[in-house]
Write a protein that binds this ligand. Structure first.
Ligand SMILES: C=CC1=C(C)c2cc3[nH]c(cc4nc(cc5[nH]c(cc1n2)c(C)c5CCC(=O)O)C(CCC(=O)O)=C4C)c(C)c3C=C
Ligand SMILES: [Fe+2]
Ligand SMILES: [Fe+2]
Length: 347
């Protein structure tokens, strides 16, 4: 049966509204056994790797999934928290705080975290929400800058779930918030708090996740949005163009990705005699493998080995008060106009 049987309309509770706070997702455990299916799902997503399936699947399953899971698992093990993957821990905490904030502002909304890869999956969360009588869903993502590799992939997952459902809820999608004043302000306050305690660096490096350069040529707006976020942040921090730089990390494979790459830039700065760098990752609202291991560990080592003296990693927004306020503002503006339900309660 292509579409599921659902309760007759008369049995349905009045419609409720929910916010689905989506992030990338992590393996369940920092082991090769758990990383393999996670990477298979992630790297098997045609939005992430745009190579025809017939050519890509043998490479993915025959080469990459034989070696990468063990290497990635060791990296995950180095950043794992007692409660689990940092990305999932922070994303869940953000959902809880967002629910509280929206509740305090008088919105009776349900807020749930969901992961594009691994658990809790977008489909499982939508099933739960639907079972609880939700008829309106705002899909909000932990990607301030739009990319087809991330943002559109979440939209695909929502659409794939809808394709199996009879009574599809009303959806709204926030596609990006790269120039949102609250987001930029939250970043600026996090940097300024850090500088109040530690003083200013010689260079502030803003490192964003990379994507293949080809994607940009094909119309992905990601690069422009990263540059705009960085410029707005630099303006708020009153930085001149020579006091900061924008770099791209996490290159995968041999194709050309967005440049300049983060790690070679850190080596270059260290070798050039730049004494202190501060590095932040404005495109990641939650700390994760890419920030805690690739930047705070590997990046630090690269800079210090090249001759740099002081490396500071400025943590992601995580559970900062200004960030949750900004997120609530973004959600509020996007649910505007939706009927409020007197029977719905914040949960
Ligand atoms: C292979 C292509 C990849 C593209 C394109 C890509 C884009 C992209 N990713 C993020 C955010 C995150 N990526 C994370 C991990 C991660 N990313 C890739 C590959 C691509 N990402 C891989 C293979 C991995 C897994 C780890 C590894 O084996 O190296 C994470 C962290 C996840 C965690 O559990 O902590 C995030 C977050 C963005 C924003 C983006 C495009 C804009
Ligand atoms: Fe990634
Ligand atoms: Fe990485």
């Amino acid at each position: 049966m292509p579409f599921r049987q659902e309760p007759p309309a008369a049995d349905m509770a009045p419609g409720r509204t929910a916010v689905l706070w989506c992030n990338l997702g992590s393996p369940d455990e920092p082991t090769a056994k758990a990383v393999r299916p996670y990477l298979a799902e992630f790297l098997g997503d045609p939005r992430v790797v745009e190579i025809p399936k017939a050519a890509w699947m043998p490479i993915l399953h025959g080469i990459i999934l034989r070696t990468r899971p063990a290497k990635s698992a060791a990296k995950y093990a180095s950043i794992w928290m007692p409660e689990g993957s940092p990305l999932k821990v922070w994303t869940q905490k953000q959902a809880t705080l967002l629910r509280g904030w929206l509740g305090e502002r008088g919105h009776r909304l349900m807020v749930r975290d969901a992961m594009r890869y691994g658990q809790p999956s977008i489909a499982s969360r939508l099933d739960e929400l639907k079972a609880e009588g939700v008829t309106r869903v705002l899909v909000l993502q932990a990607y301030p800058q739009y990319s087809a590799t991330t943002t559109a992939s979440v939209i695909d997952a929502v659409n794939a779930w809808s394709a199996r459902v009879r009574r599809v809820p009303e959806f709204r999608f926030v596609n990006d918030y790269h120039d949102d004043a609250g987001y930029i302000d939250a970043l600026a306050q996090s940097v300024m708090r850090h500088w109040q305690h530690n003083g200013r660096p010689d260079q502030l490096v803003m490192s964003f996740h990379g994507i293949p350069s080809r994607n940009i040529r094909l119309g992905d707006p990601y690069h422009v949005q990263c540059v705009v976020s960085a410029r707005l942040l630099a303006e708020r921090l009153q930085l001149t163009p020579d006091q900061y730089r924008v770099t791209f990390q996490s290159r995968f494979g041999r194709a050309k990705w967005l440049e300049p790459y983060t790690e070679p830039t850190l080596r270059e700065l260290g070798a050039k005699g730049v004494k202190r760098v501060d590095v932040m990752c404005p495109g990641f609202p939650a700390d994760c493998l890419e920030t805690l291991e690739e930047i705070a560990m590997e990046g630090r080592e690269a800079f210090l080995q090249a001759g740099g003296k002081e490396f500071t990693y400025i943590p992601c927004l995580n559970d900062s008060h200004t960030w949750i306020t900004a997120l609530a503002g973004i959600a509020e503006r996007h649910i505007a106009g939706w009927p409020t339900d007197s029977r719905a309660r914040a949960q």
